[in-house]
Ligand binder design. Structure first.
Ligand code: SF4
Length: 342
């Protein structure tokens, strides 16, 4: 059975960043990734907020800087079993390979909320209702595909925030943190691709907590004329000409809103991935949603209650890409300290 210093489960930004740091410290590292390619959600995003950095540049940086001779990467591989064997961790993968390691790092990330669960928005039923992930794919091609062709009127596009987050009905009480600023970024990008359009963002609260987020929000209004409406959307219904009518209440003006749109973008929130839920429950380190619980959020945030099992990134909670990278940096330091003490 092959033995590694560290097995990293998940080859997204957190896993690759930790692999880059640890392999450059000359630790023998194995990365197990369940998808066919490494990169995780960086593969689904065109540009990152707030500075429109191409996601591919971040991925390229990580892959180019992993020290190849110290790193083995196995794709299309998920973990089926993980248990302690003497003083080592034994990991079994979906191909029935078994590996031993001094330490394991969980970086299994998140999945986006399944928009079909919000039936009132009609995702999967009305062609002009899409998700932020679908829009990102369009932005990558530089075109917005409206289901209905027209040349005689301005397009109208709506963004609906908090889809599957802060929502009693879907069981997700948390804020996903990324989608307010992502909606602002995407609204600007839509206006750049379709300048002759009117863009509306329907929000509950605007959470512009990060550096330069507030500035981007201001730019979206001052330079791009994006409209922000405070109010939860209650219903979306089809029109006779295959657009949709959106009903909401403008809670600032205390009046109902009913508007027709060519495209509605659902800002889907973050949920623990299936891999995160499986591993956190296998190791009994899960919270009520299935996220991995760290030992102490303030002073031991990359440790878990299992000695030798570490955690980083969005399998723990909702983080931005820069926060994920910094979290993986600190995990690599914790792991190096742990390995040096053995
Ligand atoms: S970041 Fe904004 S859109 Fe996303 S869940 Fe939080 S408040 Fe809602």
């Amino acid at each position: 059975m092959e033995k590694f210093d560290i097995i990293i489960i998940g080859g997204g930004p957190a896993g690759l960043n930790a692999a880059m740091r640890l392999s450059n410290m000359n630790y023998k590292t194995l990365v197990l990734e369940k998808e066919k390619v490494i990169g995780g959600k960086l593969n689904q995003w065109d540009k990152l907020f707030p500075d429109f950095t191409p996601a591919i540049d971040v991925l390229k940086y990580l892959t180019e800087n992993i020290k190849q001779e110290n790193t083995q990467i196995s794709t299309s591989t998920s973990v089926t079993k993980i248990d302690k064997s003497d003083n080592l961790w034994k990991v079994t993968d979906s191909n029935n390979n078994e590996y031993l390691a001094d330490a394991v790092l969980i970086t299994t990330g998140f999945d986006v909320f399944d928009a079909r669960r919000k039936e009132e928005y009609g995702y999967g039923i009305y062609p002009c209702v899409i998700t932020s992930v679908d829009l990102e794919k369009m932005l990558e091609t530089g075109t917005i595909n409206f289901p209905i062709e027209t040349s005689d009127r301005r397009r109208r596009i709506a963004f609906i925030q908090c889809v599957g987050s802060r929502d009693e009905k879907s069981g997700n009480h948390f804020c996903s943190r990324n989608c307010c600023i992502c909606a602002v970024k995407q609204a600007i990008e839509v206006k750049e691709v379709v300048p002759d359009s009117d863009v509306y963002c329907f929000y509950m609260d605007l959470r512009m907590f990060g550096q330069h987020y507030e500035e981007l929000y201001r730019r979206s209004q001052q330079e791009f004329n994006v409209n922000f409406v405070r109010g939860r959307v209650s219903e979306i219904a089809p029109t006779f000409d295959n657009r949709v009518v959106l009903k909401a209440e403008d809670t600032l003006l205390s009046r109902p809103v009913k508007m027709t749109f060519d495209l509605v973008v659902l800002m889907v929130g973050m949920n623990p991935s299936e891999g995160t839920k499986t591993l956190s429950s296998l190791l009994d380190i899960n919270d009520e949603y299935g996220y991995v619980v760290s030992q102490d959020e303030h002073v031991a945030d990359n440790l878990t209650n299992k000695a030798g099992v570490f955690v980083a990134g969005t399998c723990k909670r909702q983080l931005t890409v820069p926060e994920t990278m910094k979290d993986a940096d600190s995990a690599a330091i914790e792991i190096a300290n742990f390995l040096n003490r053995r």
